[in-house]
Design a binder for this molecule. Structure first.
Ligand SMILES: [Zn+2]
Length: 239
């Protein structure tokens, strides 16, 4: 095989590895953001619940005040019963007391209903709080792991980058430029094998003459469709 072509294939292996490392590195901050966002959403939902509980508490306190003033009013009316002069006034006062009692019972029922709601929300709050605390630990653990992974990838990247530099040094400048141009346009793959008379890059059928040229190995031969540089897999490599 053409020596330069061999070196291009080696370089491309390293370049593709670098691409993978970089894309993995890119994913990590996004993943951390996603985890944090998810946690913040749960925290916000707990805050909403707390707000609802406070509203219910205010509501209940207002109702309790209303209840107390109703009770005062009833007491006052009951003591007035002894001082009314006429039967009519007495009957009217009794009627008012009856209505007052009914109202008082209504308020008591409503206070109880609010208390029940509060209890349900308190239970929910307790569960959510516990879940959130657990999640917080999980998220920081996951974040630590991701940051460690990023560190490892950075180190790996540096190692592979120095390998890449070495490999580039073995390739003629104009061939390297051509390789880079194709790689930029073709998703990082500039050198492809001939796969059973088809281009391993774009799958178009290759003319026999072109395959012969690849076989001769004198010059770099490109697929006329996708312009990628072609090579034949050697027997020792399988296929
Ligand atoms: Zn092609």
């Amino acid at each position: 095989m053409n020596e330069q072509l061999k070196k291009l294939i080696e370089l491309q292996e390293v370049d593709l590895l670098l691409d993978r490392i970089r894309s993995e590195m890119d994913q990590i901050p996004k993943e951390i953001d996603r985890l944090k966002g998810e946690y913040e959403q749960s925290a916000a939902s707990l805050n909403e619940l707390k707000k609802k509980i406070t509203e219910l508490q205010v509501d209940r306190k207002n109702k309790e005040l209303e209840l107390r003033s109703k009770e005062e009013e009833l007491k006052k009316h009951q003591s007035e019963l002894f001082s009314v002069k006429t039967n009519e006034a007495y009957t009217a006062l009794l009627k008012e007391i009856e209505e007052g009692k009914k109202l008082k019972n209504d308020i008591e029922d409503r206070v109880l209903a609010v208390m029940e709601q509060e209890d349900a929300l308190f239970t929910e709050e307790k569960i959510k709080k516990a879940k959130l605390a657990k999640r917080k630990e999980e998220v920081s653990e996951q974040q630590r792991e991701l940051e460690d992974k990023l560190q490892r990838l950075k180190q790996n990247l540096q190692e592979v980058q120095s390998e890449q530099k070495q490999k580039i040094g073995n390739i003629k400048a104009e061939i390297f430029k051509r390789y880079q141009r194709i790689r930029e346009k073709k998703d990082g793959v500039a050198v492809v094998p001939v796969a059973d008379k088809f281009c391993g890059g774009c799958n178009i059928a290759l003319p026999p003459q072109l395959i012969n040229d690849v076989l001769k190995g004198e010059d770099l031969v490109a697929c006329r469709n996708c312009l990628r540089i072609l090579y034949l897999k050697e027997k020792s490599e399988g296929s």
